[in-house]
Write a protein that binds this ligand. Structure first.
Ligand code: PBG
Length: 326
């Protein structure tokens, strides 16, 4: 008799026939960094996530790595003095005073086996909050933007970052950054491109955390529309051709179909960014008694791996041990 439930009778057979728990070294933890000392500011709507200065980050990261061997971090710089640090050219994105530039060598020294990735974008450093430099009509000028994005990527790579992650959705950014890195002999710096990044409503808590909401308009002229799967796949394939080492889909949960299509279309490693709004959504649901947080997190995380991701960028990363080992 064909009884499909025969294979669901015990944990042993379920575990043996199913997918394993993704290991901690597949996780990358997004971190918000500011200049200063002793800063550890709670990010609204994101329990267990903070804006850190480097000293407080060292303490918390050490604790996280003692509990679980997560693979990496991705760093986002935040301005502590927006009036003086933000301008139309986003110069602070590659300044020696940028908190990310300063933190990289310290993190590499303290945690040599941790993969240090740096987000490359200007929205936190531009006075208007858009991801590229604007022309006189208020539109992103892709060519001018590439000059600034390349300078930022170079400053992080030269400081010792293992990986730079351009997230601006500026055309040609991967090619320009690769050319700049190579001409500075930084042949080994990995480019993880935010290759398929949607104009999503799930970035709100992040924009509060990194103070990068656009001051006018939205990001729909450069980020992807969610009603066009072909355009979404073409972006990743184009970035692969431009020299991206790792591709990415962002956000994750509404885009599992896109993730598995890109998985099939490319042999490059694939990352999924489980973004701030996706994290906040589960936390809020649990707080309102709608479900068990750890179980909802586990189910969510497994769905993204099942869709085919290799790498998982997520605010759950610093809680890996609690989610999977308790
Ligand atoms: C910068 C950037 C954003 C995120 C990552 N890099 C914000 C945006 O594009 O508006 C969002 C990440 C998150 O929501 O967790 N361009």
């Amino acid at each position: 008799m064909n009884r499909l439930s025969r294979l669901r009778q015990s944990k042993a057979i379920l575990n043996m026939t199913g997918m394993g728990v993704p290991s901690a070294n597949k996780f990358i933890w997004p971190i918000f960094l500011v200049n200063g000392k002793g800063v550890k500011t709670q990010i609204p709507n994101m329990p267990n996530q903070f804006r850190y200065s480097i000293d407080t980050l060292m303490i918390d990261l050490d604790q996280v790595l003692k509990r679980s061997n997560i693979g990496g971090v991705i760093l986002f710089g935040v301005c502590d003095d927006p009036v003086n640090q933000k301008n139309g050219n986003a110069d602070f994105s590659y300044s020696e005073e940028n908190p990310v530039v300063k933190a990289i060598p310290l993190l590499k020294k303290a945690f040599p086996s941790l993969l240090i990735c740096c987000d490359v974008c200007i929205c936190s450093y531009s006075s208007h909050g858009h991801c590229g430099i604007l022309d006189e009509n208020g539109r992103v000028d892709h060519d001018v933007s590439n000059v600034v994005l390349s300078k930022s990527a170079l400053s992080y790579a030269a400081a010792g970052a293992d990986c730079v992650a351009p997230s601006a959705m500026v055309d040609g950014q991967v090619r320009e950054i690769r050319t700049t890195l190579d001409s500075n002999k930084l042949f080994n710096t990995i480019i993880m491109s935010y290759s398929t990044k949607f104009a999503s409503s799930f970035y709100s808590p992040f924009r509060t955390a990194s103070d990068c909401a656009p001051s006018f308009g939205d990001r729909s002229t450069y980020q992807l529309p969610y009603n066009n799967a072909n355009a979404a796949i073409l972006e990743s394939i184009t970035d692969e051709k431009e020299g991206a080492d790792i591709l990415m889909v962002k956000p994750s949960l509404c885009y599992l179909d896109i993730l598995s299509k890109i998985r099939a279309a490319s042999s490059r490693p694939l990352a999924a960014y489980n973004v701030s709004g996706e994290y906040a959504m589960l936390c809020a649901a649990a707080q309102n008694g709608c479900g068990d947080l750890k179980k909802m997190a586990r189910e969510t995380i497994l769905s993204v791996f099942r869709a085919g991701t290799d790498i998982f960028i997520s605010y759950w990363a610093n809680q890996y041990a609690e989610i999977f080992e308790s």
